[in-house]
Ligand binder design. Structure first.
Ligand code: MG
Length: 378
């Protein structure tokens, strides 16, 4: 099988209502898809995490013409190294790696379709064929009473069957306190609650916030400090009893070597569509295992990224294994995104807070071409 064409497709839809987190506001959802065609007539799909235009430029100008056209998708590890090495001097993190990730996911989709097996089987097998999902939502919105709005949203997720939910913090300690208190009151103590600051704080502020989160029984505190500040992570982790999570802004085995080797987090969250794709995330997973750190993917994107993340999550070993291991909590973004809801002909859904890993060949989803055509901007 040979690659005949690599196409980067950018989709965009405006949001019916903007929402914000500690860094900026979203007005639209975008989606950067990679479509790899072959001489066997098979097509593989991948997705990249990050701003689509520069990612597309890297694939269009470098990876597709210099590395990928004419290559065999089954050489995905070789192609990974060649793509990385081609941009190594200029792009060891960020968009150049996210571009590799999207290609890599498409190659795994192709391999699975070629042999008629789901990607999770090819990745080494399935520890779980369904995952316990948590609802990611509770972003900031323009409203007179944000705590009440967040509480209502949280109660809605619990009513849908979620047993775990995550809210945004990072609005300043006083506002965070009011929001966390309202959300905890709405969920009750039986629901697992997580908080995500998207690196809005310095270590001192993060420790103060973390103590408040502990009072409300928060399970993990995500991205308390900027991703480059590994010493800050270690300070926060040492001062707090709750779990510290992070890693969605980190890339490749080399980036995670620092985060994991220095035990800067309790739970590591590489983004499959950003950190380097399924190939690289399996390596990062091995590093996490070697350092006794829990692994769960960061998930933010369309049905393609969601499916890839589910296949990967199926292959994460319990860490540590036991009769009653800590369950892997899988991120299920609940914010407005019709590419998550509509891009796959059969949408990926939760039932009672549980999502089944797709079981068809490759990623196990079929792309709805009408959605691609309707929302395509590049
Ligand atoms: Mg996050």
């Amino acid at each position: 099988m040979k690659i005949t064409d690599v196409e980067v497709i950018v989709l965009r839809h405006p949001l019916s209502r903007p929402f914000g987190f500690s860094q900026w506001w979203f007005e639209a959802r975008t989606c950067c898809l990679v479509r790899v065609a072959t001489d066997a007539g098979l097509v593989g799909w991948g997705e990249c995490y990050g701003p689509p235009e520069p990612i597309k430029a890297v694939i269009d100008a470098v990876y597709a013409p210099l590395i990928l056209r004419g290559a065999d998708p089954f050489d995905n590890e070789v192609l990974w190294e060649r793509m990385y090495n081609r941009m190594r001097d200029y792009g060891q993190k960020g968009v150049a790696v996210a571009a590799i990730a999207g290609v890599d996911i498409a190659l795994w989709d192709l391999k699975g379709k070629a042999v008629g097996l789901p990607v999770c089987k090819l990745l080494g097998g399935v520890f779980r064929d369904r995952v316990q999902a948590y609802a990611t939502g509770m972003y900031f919105t323009e409203t007179d009473d944000l705590p009440a709005a967040l509480a209502a949203e949280a109660a809605g997720y619990v009513a849908q069957g979620f047993r775990a939910v995550k809210l945004k913090v990072g609005l300043g300690l006083a506002a965070d306190r009011a929001n966390v208190r309202a959300v905890r009151a709405a969920t009750g103590d039986g629901v697992t609650l997580m908080a995500d600051a998207n690196h809005a704080y310095d270590p001192k502020e993060a420790i103060r916030l973390g103590r408040m989160l502990e009072e409300h029984g928060v399970y993990w505190f995500e991205e308390p400090v900027p991703p480059e500040d590994i010493a800050g992570y270690i300070e926060v982790k040492a001062a707090l009893d709750l779990a510290v999570a992070g890693g969605e802004s980190e890339y490749t085995r080399w980036g995670f070597r620092e985060l994991l080797g220095r035990r800067a987090v309790d739970i590591v969250q590489p983004d499959t569509c950003g950190a380097g794709g399924l190939t690289e995330c399996k390596r990062i997973m091995a590093l996490a295992s070697a350092h006794g750190i829990q692994y769960t993917p960061h998930v933010w994107g369309s049905a393609v990224g969601l499916a890839a993340s589910l296949h990967l999550a199926a292959t994460v070993p319990d860490n540590p294994p036991s009769l009653h291991p800590t369950p892997l909590l899988f991120e299920f973004d609940r914010t407005e995104n019709l590419f998550r809801e509509q891009l796959a002909l059969t949408p990926i859904v939760q039932r009672d807070g549980v999502i089944a890993v797709p079981s068809g060949p490759g990623l196990g989803i079929e792309i709805d071409q009408r959605v691609v055509e309707r929302y395509r901007v590049l």
